[in-house]
Design a protein around this ligand. Structure first.
Ligand code: NAI
Ligand code: 15L
Length: 265
């Protein structure tokens, strides 16, 4: 890869992926609303609001791939979701079309399907059941990606990330955890595979308690190496067992599904 854009570069995953992907592309173009101060060799930084189409087009000019992590990353007001996620994702795809970028890694979320029961096993064909305005915005992003693929041939990985952090920290994450190393491997595979199309991939490590089946994405060649089982005892000791009838245990999205409507708070 020559020049790859990383949006959301100042955020949690952006920071982790910068480290994990060091040296992978000739240039990693970092972007965020928040400045990144420690720009390393092989990186550059341009501040940009994803809600501004002209700025996003200039940002994408000359890139040959986009890792799109930027935007509102949890439930929030409709205005914050509108700017960062609805407008932002449209702008990324429109800029990709205009600037001839062929492939996008889109950080979608498990909250697109967060209202499915924990008894269900999901795959790429399972219906969306978003658990929040945030989840709805990720579903919108996935549809936007599908449209830009069908009409203009812009390929995408729609990665429904579970919980990406150094280690799982609660019982739910024994099912949803994605290690940072596995995520970085997935990014590399997504840009390496010959034909990607527009493909849903559940972003979870090789967890024995996973709710998600990636068989429709096997062709990508991604085999997560890490497992939440490594941390099982630590998680069970630190996160108290809830009563069986606790609503938090019903849905895959956990608290995103049981929380009240954000705008009512
Ligand atoms: P984060 O909130 O730490 O980072 C998001 C970054 O996007 C922030 O640095 C923020 O300044 C930037 N941003 C927000 N609005 C923007 C705008 N209008 N223009 C430009 N930049 C803007 O989130 P995190 O955890 O790093 O997640 C990265 C992506 O992965 C997000 O899209 C999130 O929805 C998705 N994701 C993350 C998961 C996780 O476990 N961390 C799980 C599922 C999805
Ligand atoms: C997400 O989509 C969020 O971005 C992240 O902060 C976590 O809450 C994660 O999902 C999760 O479900 O654990």
């Amino acid at each position: 890869m020559k020049r790859v854009l990383l949006t959301g570069a100042a955020g949690t995953l952006g920071t982790a992926m910068r480290k994990a992907l060091a040296g992978w592309a000739d240039e990693l173009l970092l972007s965020d609303l928040i400045p990144v101060d420690d720009v390393n060799a092989g990186e550059s930084f341009v501040a940009c609001d994803l809600g501004d189409l002209d700025s996003v087009i200039e940002l994408v000019r000359g890139c040959d791939g986009i890792i799109h992590l930027g935007g509102q990353s949890v439930e929030g007001t409709f205005d914050s979701i509108l700017n960062g996620n609805l407008k932002g994702t449209y702008h990324i795809y429109e800029a990709a079309r205009q600037m001839g970028v062929k492939r996008v890694f889109f950080a979608s979320s498990n909250h697109v399907v967060g209202f499915h029961s924990r008894e269900e096993r999901l795959d790429a064909k399972s219906p969306m059941r978003p658990d929040s305005l945030y989840g709805v915005s990720k579903g919108f992003g996935e549809l936007m990606a599908q449209y830009y693929f069908d009409k203009f041939g812009v390929e995408s990985a729609l990665v429904r990330i579970g919980s990406c952090l150094p280690k799982p920290i609660d019982r739910r994450m024994l099912s949803t955890w994605l290690s940072e190393g596995d995520m970085a491997d997935l990014i590399k595979k997504v840009f390496m595979v010959n034909r990607l199309g527009c493909t849903v991939i559940y972003g979870a490590s090789n967890n024995p308690w996973s709710w998600w089946d990636n068989r429709h994405a096997n062709f990508v060649g991604w085999q997560p190496k890490e497992s939440s089982a490594t941390f099982e005892q630590e998680v069970l000791a630190n996160d108290p067992l809830l009563d069986d009838d606790n609503p938090l245990l019903l849905f895959q999205g956990g608290v995103f599904a049981t929380a009240g409507h954000f705008e009512d708070k």
